[in-house]
Design a protein around this ligand. Structure first.
Ligand SMILES: [Fe+2]
Ligand SMILES: [Fe+2]
Length: 330
């Protein structure tokens, strides 16, 4: 199994390894089937940019580090239905959000490494909700690396799932963080910290963020986590920047945008190369990233020519040069 850009799909060589879902999160194409070029065109027009496929190159690779697709899709749909409800009633319903945060925490407890499904695998209508789920997953990974307790992680997850809910009631983009804050803080059962996560997720430590341009310590750590996860997800999925480049960018901004400890935790916990992508090695050979181990920058790879597996965490002289296709959007 590997992840490809839809333009790379070859009907003769590839079958779907995961289902493709429609705008409503219903299975449109089941796993195991091939996809006719006319259907590929339809998927493209729906805004689907990536597919999870099985082919000879990727035989035997199972991408166990990625979250299970149906579980992920349930969460995406769950966020969508809460958002639509909020648009209608101008009010958040906390219970389903708590349930989703709980589900994500369970997944995090079960898996040492838990990576989101690329948001580019869904239709455009679902993209904002896939964004919220993935921002939450990255944030939980960072929070766990920072030693957060289960209760803190839960507050973080609730804030992240709701971070853009201000958009349900406010069409002015620059006012969505405050609108979100107001929506969330009405509910006593939601910790005020989660409301601040939504309020501050576009702030930056040097005061150049919005809506208030707060600085230094006023920019809460939990909101910084959501902020960095939000930027990361946007750069990956909407701007199509490779993960290792984003990481270098964040590291160069240490303490200016986010505090050093948050950036440190981010680098320790978010992989530079996603499982399922093809990479070119420094020696010119092609390989597929199969598994993330303890070292986020040095995964296990499988050489395409020889099928040989190599753990880069143990082979310090072997390097990845670049990602072969533009398949890095998450
Ligand atoms: Fe936002
Ligand atoms: Fe966002």
């Amino acid at each position: 199994m590997r992840i490809i850009h839809i333009n790379e799909y070859d009907e003769k060589k590839m079958t779907l390894a995961e289902p493709v879902y429609d705008n409503f999160g219903r299975v449109l194409l089941a796993e195991g089937r091939t996809v006719h070029p006319t259907i590929i065109n339809r998927l493209r027009s729906m805004g689907i940019r990536m597919l999870v496929i099985e082919d000879e190159l990727s035989a035997g690779i199972s991408l166990d580090d990625l979250m299970d697709m149906p579980t992920w899709m349930d969460l995406v749909q769950g966020v969508q239905s809460c958002f639509k409800q909020t648009q209608l009633k101008k009010e958040i319903e906390p219970r389903p959000i708590f349930n989703m945060a709980g589900k994500l925490l369970d997944e995090l407890t079960k898996n040492q490494i838990l990576l989101p499904i690329p948001a580019a695998t869904v239709a455009e209508e679902l993209l904002p909700f896939a964004h919220a789920v993935n921002v939450t997953i990255w944030s939980l990974l960072i929070g766990r690396a920072m030693g957060y307790t289960a209760l803190q992680l839960r507050d973080l997850a609730v804030g992240c799932l709701l971070h853009d809910f201000g958009k349900a009631v406010q069409t002015n983009y620059s006012q969505h963080p405050e609108a979100g804050f107001q929506l969330i803080k009405k509910h006593r059962e939601i910790n005020l910290m989660s409301a601040h996560v939504a309020f501050q997720h576009h702030e930056l430590r040097d005061g150049s963020g919005f809506p208030r341009g707060i600085q230094g310590e006023a920019f809460l750590e939990m909101a910084q986590i959501c902020g960095i996860a939000n930027q990361y997800q946007e750069k990956l999925s909407e701007m199509n920047i490779a993960p290792h480049e984003i990481m270098e960018l964040f590291m160069s901004l240490s303490d200016k945008s986010y505090s050093h400890s948050v950036i440190q935790a981010f680098v320790l916990t978010v992989p530079a190369y996603m499982p399922g992508v093809r990479v070119k090695m420094k020696d010119g050979q092609s390989a597929i990233v199969t598994t993330i181990t303890t070292h986020m920058q040095r995964p296990i790879i499988r050489y395409e020519a020889t099928q040989e597996l190599l753990n880069l965490a143990e082979h310090h002289s072997v390097f990845i040069e670049s990602v072969i296709e533009t398949t890095q959007q998450i």
